[in-house]
Design a protein around this ligand. Structure first.
Ligand SMILES: O=P(O)(O)OC[C@H]1O[C@H](OP(=O)(O)OP(=O)(O)O)[C@H](O)[C@@H]1O
Ligand code: HPA
Ligand SMILES: [Mg+2]
Length: 180
């Protein structure tokens, strides 16, 4: 598996440090509140697990499974709910946790949905931001790292469902995508 990686963009150590830093920030921001942390499956799973264990406040966790990429490296543009939340959103302070904002389609769909469901507040935390990928205007409130306009894998991010369990974020060798 490691052999398929051309270069590591963000190391395991850098991710660990960042989760601690962002966790302390969220601890302060949600002091005295009881936010609903919404993990966007499947990609956000490792990041959610690490950042929330560094967030020292009461919180509730729930998950939403959204899909728009299928097995491709480009968004189909059609966002589908595979699994909805079990929790009522009305009046809650939502903390949406994502692995990456690329085109922005997934998050803009979710933000609209949660506004419609009358959330009290919505904050977006993403490990990675790929600003050059953007098709709709949306910004995260908290960003771990910016990444260049390349398809990245690892730490939750997949290519054809593989590589999510890499402890770092990297770029695949071109031959893995069927390139030369
Ligand atoms: O900003 P966007 O262009 O919408 O891309 C970001 C979304 O795409 C990926 O999920 P995907 O739909 O591939 O599902 P997955 O998390 O199960 O891999 C990623 O985990 C984000 O949720
Ligand atoms: O660069 C990416 N890698 C993996 N999954 C993704 N979903 C959106 N962008 C990406
Ligand atoms: Mg994916």
């Amino acid at each position: 598996m490691h052999n398929d990686i051309e270069k590591i963009l963000i190391s395991e150590e850098e991710i660990k440090e960042k989760c601690k830093e962002l966790g302390s920030r969220l601890t302060k921001e949600y002091e005295g509140k009881f936010p609903l942390a919404v993990g966007v499956l499947k990609g956000a799973m490792p990041f959610m697990s690490d950042i929330l264990r560094a967030t020292e406040t009461y919180l509730e966790m729930d998950f939403m499974d959204i899909s728009s990429y299928g097995g491709e490296t480009r968004s189909s543009g059609e966002v589908k709910i595979v699994k909805d939340l079990d929790t009522k959103v009305e009046g809650r302070d939502l903390l949406i946790i994502e692995d990456i904002i690329d085109s922005g389609l997934t998050l803009s769909y979710l933000v609209d949905l949660f506004k419609y469901r009358k959330a009290n507040s919505i904050k977006i935390v993403t490990l990675l931001d790929k600003p050059e990928g953007r098709k709709v205007d949306i910004k995260a409130d908290v960003v771990g790292f910016k990444v260049p306009n390349e398809f990245v894998v690892g730490y939750g991010l997949d290519y054809q469902e593989k590589y999510r369990n890499l402890p770092y974020v990297g770029v695949l060798k071109p031959k893995i995508y069927g390139g030369e």
